[in-house]
Structures are given as C-alpha cells and as structure tokens.
Design a protein around this ligand. Sequence first.
Ligand SMILES: [Zn+2]
Ligand SMILES: [Zn+2]
Length: 309
Amino acid sequence: MNEARTCIKCEKPAIFHRRYSGESLCSNHFKESILEKTKRTIAKYGLLGYGDRIAVGVSGGKDSTSLLKILSGICQEHHSEIHAITVDEGIPGYRDESLEYVHTVTEKLGVPLVVLSYQELYGFTLEEALANRQMKISSCAMCGPLRRRALDIGAKKVNANVVATAHNLDDVLQTFYINLLSGDVDRIRWLTPSQKSKSDFATRRIKPFMEIYEDEIVLYAYLSDIPFQSIACPHSHEGIRSEIRAWLNLMESKHPGIKYSAFKTVLAIADGLNLRKGKVVQTCRNCGMPSTSPLCNVCQTIQIVTPNR
Ligand SMILES: [Zn+2]
Ligand SMILES: [Zn+2]
C-alpha cells in the first residue's frame, strides 16, 4: 500500500498497490477489480452455465462472505438461484460466533440459508470426534470429508447442482504443498477450478476465487462493509499449513508474482493427473456414496468415533 500513489483508473488516491502487476487502485476500483477477476475466472473455466442452481459454502469468514456477496450479485443479474449452506461442526466458542455472522450477512444479502450440523448428520460434534480418534489423524484430515459430505447433503436439500467454495489462490497452493510433502498425489487432482461429480448425488464443485490472492480478499472484505468472523478455526494451526503459508508469503514478498506462477504450474499438474487413470471409484458398502475404498472416509470416521453403533 502506498498513499502517495493515485489510482490508474480515476486518479483518486490509491489504497492498494498490486505489486505483481504494478497497478495502483482506489477503493472502488480495487473492489471492481476483484469482481471482474471473479467473473473472468468463471468465464475462463466455464464454471457456471445457464440454469445452474448454486449453493455457496459459507463459514462466516472473510473468504466465504466475500464470495457470497459477489455471487449473489452475479445471480441477481442472471436471475439465477443461490443458497448459502453453513456447516456447524460443533467447535465451541468458534462456530457459534461465526453462525451469528452468517445469519447477519445472508439476511443483508437476501440469500436463503441452510445450517447443517455434524450432530444432526452424524450424531457427534467435531470435538467429540477428535476426543475419540484412535489413530494419528490431523483434525483437518478428519473434518474435511465430513464437511464435504455435509455440503453435498445441503446442496441436495436446496436442489442445487453446483457447490461454490471460497478457496483462494493461497489455499490452493498450500494444499498442493501439503499433498506434495505427504505423498498424497491423488488429492492434487482436485486442485482444478471445477470438479465434476462422481455420482448423481455429489454436485459439481467450483472455486471462483482460485485466481485471487488471499490478502486481496481480506482487503475486499474490509472495504465491502460485510461483517465477517476474523478469528481462525482453533484447529487451523495444527497442521503444516501455517508453515507453508508463511514460506509462500516470504517468497512472494521477495519475488512478486511467484505465487501466481506456482499456481499455473499446479493447475497444469492437476490437469495432467486427471488425464491419468485414478483410483477406481466404487460404492461405499455402508452408505452407498462414491468412494475409492470399500468403506468411504465418512463412514470410516463414524466407525472410529462411534465403534459400537
Ligand atoms: Zn479509481
Ligand atoms: Zn460410506
């Protein structure tokens, strides 16, 4: 940020300097640039089409509330349907606060909201699940499949065929490095802008923010007057993600644009992997959902947490 610069579009004082492109922008033109970039991403990768009914996964944080605001505006222009889905994992002191933000923002934007809880879907909260875990599995690894399943169930409930999540460019890069370092090649396949469903049940997944840097979304959220929860999930520091985030930010500060270059490489690798034959998708013997093992991740977790059920 540099107060002495002026906006390249209107000559008002700039509030943001995009180091990798050299653009300086005022508040309005910065917000416009985020909207335009989101629209360009949607067009470039064909993320949305006529008649799509969208469910947006909303956590109440800066990314998902910004995405809901932008997508609700786009849907209004196209007269298409949009719903917000919030998953209540049961994280005391964290999720209860974010639910208040979600209620406020969805009301403000006039978007219908569905809240689904782990308790009602699976019969336990994330806290209970973590207390009962018998093998060494990170909280995010345990929570991820449960969240994804909950979003699919929510989308089905509101008859949506697309689930939009607010993963930004930094999220995608961090996930790539986590998978690279843990040897989880198959998950690198998922790092595409759009992921087709493996069954009639699962919806198409899209990531309209995946070409936008995290710090730009933070600024967009602040400038857009949308309330959001600023504390992070209490489990977010448990994995190596925060170390990878710090390293990537250090690299970007020394070499502006390096994150975007790396992102393009990740997309190419993911595309290449998707051309190869992946693990065979079968049907979970317990719940009938698509799975790469006889018992899906969700049912495996349920079995670990509630062994006597
Ligand atoms: Zn301007
Ligand atoms: Zn299952």
